[in-house]
Design a protein around this ligand. Structure first.
Ligand code: C2E
Ligand code: MG
Ligand code: MG
Length: 637
C-alpha cells in the first residue's frame, strides 16, 4: 500500500469516527438526562453527524492537498536553476498589505539574496529591499499583490559574488501569498546584446553604423534642442578610395578604412560621435556648442589628417577626403534633411577640387535648385518650340543704311515672362542643351532668311551666335553647310559670331572648324572683343573677318580720352589685319558720331535699332523703304 492510500484510509477512519463519537455521547447522555431531552439530543446528533463528518472530510482533504502541493512545489524547485521564494502578506489594521513574511524558499532563491536557505524564511521582504537582488522588491511585491503579477529585468552591478549580469524577477499572487521567481538571464541578455551590436556596429571599424545613427539621431537632436545648442553634422567622404579598392584589392581598402576610423577617433573629443555611414563615408556629430569658425577648424584638421598617406603593407596610398557640413537647427531640423544637406555640401567640396570642406548654404542651394528648375523648363520650351529669334540691325557707318543684322534668341515663358539669354544660355551650355539650341538657331535663321527671300525682300546677311561648347563637340561647319543647302541660301547671307574666349589658346579642333566654316564662304565675327583676355596679337593668328568691339568700350568713349585712344588702337590694328570693325552697344547720337569718326565700319546698338521680331524687320527690308535708313531712323521702339 502506498503512502497516499494509507493517508486516505486514515482520513476515512477519522471521518467515520465522528458519528460513532456522536452515538457514544448520546448513550452517555441517555442515562443522565430526562428521556425526552436525551431523545431530542440523540435525534439532533444523528442528523448532524453525517454533515459534520462531510465537513471534516473536506477540511482534511484541503489540508492534505495544500501540504502535498507545497512539498511537490518545493521538491520541484529545490534543485532548480531558478530561485523560488514564497511570502505571505503582512497587513495593517485597515487590511492593506504593507510588507511580506518569507515563508519558504529554495537554496537558489536564498543564494540570490546572499544568505543560506535556512536563514531566509522568517525574514521580511522590506529587510531585503536593498542590495542588487532586493532593490525595489517590496514595491514589486506590492504591485503584484494589487494586480496579480509583476515582472522586472534588472542589471546587476559588475563584480558581484555570483557573477550574474542580469536577473529577471517574476512575482505571482496566490491568494494571500506571493510566489517570487528569480532567474539568471545573463546569457540571454548577452545574446541580445550581441545581436544588437551586430545590427548597430560596423564590423570592420567597430564604429556605430548607419542603422545606429538612424535609431539615435532623433534623440541626439532632441537633446541638443533641450540644451539650446547647435549640432554640427560633418559628412566625411574619402576622395580616392575607389582607386585603392580597384587597384590594390578590397583587403587594402579595408585597411585604409580601419586607419581612417582610427585617425578620425584620435581627432575627436569624448562627447563627439563618429559613425561609419557606409562605404568610404563617415559621419561626425560634434557634441559641443560650436561656432562656424570652430567647426571649420575641426573640419580642416580632419581634411589634413586624411590627406596624409595611408600605409598598407609596402604601399602608401594617398586618399584624401572632402567634407560637407550642415548644422542643426540652421540647415534642417530632422536627421534626413541634415544628412541630405551635408551630402550636398560634400559634393560642393568635391566640385571645388576635393580635399576641402564646405558648409551647406541655403542661398547657394536655392539658386542651384532654381537653375535646375529653369533647365527643366528650357528643355520643355525646346520641346514646345517656345524659343524664337529676334533680329537686331547693324548700320553701315559710311552710308547710314541697314547692312546686316544679328539673330538673338528669345524665350518668352508662359508664367515667368521674358527670360534673357544671359540667364539661359550658360544654363544650356552647362546642362548639355546648347547643341540642340545651336541647331535650332541655325535652322530658324536660315528658314527666316529664306522666307524673306520668298516674300521678295532685299536680303542682308544675318549673323548667328555659336557657343564655344558647340565647337567642342565639333561638326558646326557640317551643320551649317547642311542648313544652307536645305534652304538654298548663299553662304554670304549667314555669318557666325564667336566670343573671343572660345578661341583662346591652341584649340586645334576649334581652329580647324573655323577654317572649314570660312571655306564655306561664311564670314566669321569675333564677338564682344575686349571683354575677355585675348590680345590683338593672338587675333593675328586667326583668320577672322569682323571684329565686334564690346559695348563696354563704346560706353567708355565718352567718359575719358583714354577710352578713345584705346578704341583707336583696336580699330587701327583690326584694319591692319584686314578685319572690318563693328561698334557694339551704340546707345546715343554722340557715341554714333565718335565711332564713325574713329573709322568703325558698322554700328549696332539700341540707338540704331533694338532686337525686333521678324515681322517688324520685314518692314525695313521692303524694297519700297529704300533708301532703307539713316542711322537713328532705324530705331524700332
Ligand atoms: P551678344 O552676342 O553680344 O549680343 C548682343 C547683346 O547686346 C544682346 O543681348 C543685345 O540685345 C544687347 N544689345 C544690343 N545693343 C545694345 C545696346 O545698345 N545697349 C545694351 N545695353 N545692350 C545692347 P541679348 O539678346 O540679351 O543677348 C545676350 C547674349 O546672349 C548675346 O550677347 C549672346 O552672347 C547670347 N546669345 C543671344 N542669342 C544667342 C544664340 O542664339 N546663341 C548663343 N549661343 N548665344 C546667344
Ligand atoms: Mg553676338
Ligand atoms: Mg556681342
Amino acid at each position: 500500500m502506498n503512502d497516499a492510500r494509507r493517508r486516505e484510509l486514515r482520513d476515512r477512519l477519522l471521518v467515520l469516527s465522528v458519528p460513532l463519537l456522536a452515538f457514544g455521547a448520546c448513550l452517555m447522555l441517555w442515562r443522565r438526562l430526562p428521556a425526552s431531552e436525551a431523545a431530542f439530543l440523540g435525534v439532533l446528533a444523528t442528523l448532524l453527524a453525517p454533515w459534520a463528518s462531510v465537513l471534516l472530510h473536506r477540511m482534511l482533504r484541503g489540508w492534505r492537498e495544500d501540504a502535498e502541493s507545497r512539498s511537490v512545489n518545493r521538491a520541484a524547485v529545490q534543485n532548480a536553476e531558478d530561485g523560488m521564494v514564497m511570502a505571505t502578506a503582512v497587513r495593517d489594521r485597515r487590511g492593506d498589505a504593507v510588507d511580506f513574511d518569507i515563508v519558504d524558499c529554495n537554496a537558489r532563491g536564498a543564494a540570490f539574496f546572499g544568505v543560506a536557505r535556512a536563514e531566509l524564511p522568517g525574514m521580511r521582504v522590506s529587510t531585503l529591499d536593498q542590495g542588487a537582488c532586493g532593490a525595489g522588491l517590496l514595491d514589486g511585491c506590492l504591485r503584484a499583490m494589487a494586480c496579480g503579477f509583476d515582472q522586472e529585468e534588472r542589471e546587476m552591478p559588475p563584480g558581484g559574488r555570483q557573477r550574474i549580469a542580469w536577473i529577471q524577477r517574476r512575482i505571482v499572487r496566490v491568494g494571500n501569498s506571493l510566489s517570487i521567481t528569480l532567474q539568471d538571464i545573463s546569457e540571454r541578455k548577452a545574446h541580445e546584446d550581441a545581436l544588437c551590436r551586430a545590427a548597430n556596429e560596423d564590423m570592420l571599424t567597430a564604429l556605430p553604423n548607419r542603422h545606429w545613427l538612424a535609431q539615435s539621431a532623433a534623440g541626439l537632436l532632441a537633446q541638443a534642442e533641450r540644451q539650446g545648442r547647435v549640432l554640427p553634422v560633418l559628412l566625411v567622404d574619402l576622395d580616392e578610395f575607389k582607386q585603392v579598392n580597384d587597384t590594390h584589392g578590397h583587403a587594402a581598402g579595408d585597411k585604409v578604412l580601419e586607419q581612417t576610423a582610427r585617425r578620425l577617433k584620435s581627432l575627436l573629443r569624448p562627447g563627439d560621435v563618429l559613425v561609419r555611414f557606409g562605404g568610404d563615408e563617415f559621419v561626425v556629430l560634434l557634441g559641443e556648442d560650436e561656432s562656424d569658425a570652430h567647426i571649420g577648424t575641426v573640419a580642416r584638421r580632419i581634411v589634413d589628417a586624411l590627406a596624409r598617406p595611408f600605409s598598407v603593407g609596402e604601399q602608401l596610398h594617398s586618399v584624401g577626403a572632402s567634407i560637407g557640413i550642415s548644422v542643426f537647427p540652421r540647415d534642417g531640423r530632422d536627421p534626413a534633411t541634415l544628412l541630405r544637406h551635408a551630402d550636398i555640401a560634400m559634393y560642393w567640396a568635391k566640385d571645388d577640387g576635393k580635399g576641402c570642406f564646405r558648409f551647406f548654404d541655403s542661398l547657394r542651394y536655392a539658386s542651384i535648385r532654381g537653375r535646375a528648375q529653369l533647365k527643366q523648363q528650357l528643355a520643355l520650351a525646346l520641346e514646345r518650340n517656345q524659343l524664337t529669334l529676334h533680329f537686331q540691325p547693324r548700320v553701315d557707318l559710311a552710308t547710314g543704311t541697314l547692312c546686316s543684322m544679328e539673330a538673338l534668341l528669345r524665350w518668352e515663358h508662359p508664367e515667368m515672362g521674358f527670360v534673357p539669354p544671359s540667364d539661359f544660355i550658360p544654363l544650356a551650355e552647362a546642362g548639355g542643351l546648347i547643341h540642340r539650341i545651336g541647331d535650332l538657331v541655325v535652322d530658324k535663321a536660315c528658314a527666316q532668311v529664306a522666307a524673306w527671300r520668298a516674300n521678295g525682300l532685299e536680303l542682308v546677311p544675318v549673323s548667328i551666335n555659336v557657343s564655344p561648347r558647340q565647337f567642342e563637340q565639333g561638326g558646326v561647319h557640317r551643320m551649317l553647310a547642311a542648313q544652307l543647302a536645305l534652304h538654298k541660301l548663299s553662304p554670304r547671307l549667314i555669318e557666325v559670331e564667336i566670343t573671343e574666349s572660345a578661341m583662346m589658346g591652341e584649340q586645334k579642333h576649334i581652329l580647324e572648324q573655323l577654317a572649314a566654316i570660312r571655306k564655306l564662304g561664311v564670314k566669321l565675327h569675333v564677338d564682344d572683343f575686349g571683354s575677355g583676355y585675348s590680345s590683338l596679337s593672338q587675333l593675328a593668328l586667326l583668320k577672322m573677318d569682323v571684329l565686334k568691339v564690346d559695348r563696354s568700350f563704346t560706353a567708355g568713349l565718352e567718359r575719358s580720352p583714354e577710352g578713345r585712344v584705346f578704341y583707336q588702337a583696336i580699330v587701327s590694328m583690326a584694319h591692319a589685319l584686314g578685319m572690318a570693325i563693328v561698334a557694339e552697344g551704340v546707345e546715343n547720337e554722340e557715341q554714333l558720331r565718335l565711332v564713325r569718326e574713329l573709322g568703325c565700319d558698322e554700328a549696332q546698338g539700341y540707338h540704331l535699332g533694338r532686337p525686333a521680331p521678324a515681322a517688324e524687320i520685314a518692314r525695313m527690308l521692303a524694297p519700297s523703304s529704300s533708301p532703307r535708313m539713316r542711322g537713328p531712323l532705324l530705331n524700332t521702339q
